[in-house]
Design a protein around this ligand. Structure first.
Ligand code: 5GP
Ligand code: ZN
Length: 115
């Protein structure tokens, strides 16, 4: 989608600080980090949000996205101390970009419940 921010980042039209890339996903540093490490993991294919992962055939996207997020956390050295994965959906979820993304947050102790 040409008007989608994360599609444009995936296409290289908007620069990002890229951490890792696969054939169908990429990871880059969040522009407004909420933790010492804050990386976003996205599928290259446009999927609007977690709610759209219910569509037929999307289990492959969902699975590879989660596995890639775990790989990125490992690559960033977060496994020993721990990390948090977050997916926001819609207004109540606090989603601000309409292209599904996994937040990988680490480097500090997280609190619960989330705000
Ligand atoms: P959401 O609020 O939708 O769950 O998360 C969207 C995230 O995208 C936010 O954490 C925000 O800081 C990040 N973000 C928004 N615009 C950009 C951008 O242009 N580049 C990067 N790297 N991150 C962005
Ligand atoms: Zn998109």
């Amino acid at each position: 989608m040409s008007d989608c921010l994360f599609c444009r980042i995936a296409a290289g039209e908007i620069p990002a600080n890229v951490v890792a890339r696969t054939a169908d996903a990429m990871a880059f540093h969040d522009i407004n980090p909420q933790a010492p490490t804050h990386v976003l993991v996205i599928p290259t294919e446009h999927v609007a949000g977690p709610a759209d992962l219910v569509a037929p055939g999307r289990e492959r996207v969902a699975g590879s996205l989660l596995q890639f997020a775990a790989q990125v956390a490992h690559q960033l050295g977060l496994v020993a101390t721990g990390y948090r994965l977050v997916l926001n959906q819609g207004v109540d979820g606090g989603q601000s970009v309409g292209h599904v993304h996994v937040h990988v947050l680490g480097g500090r102790r997280m609190t619960w419940p989330p705000g």
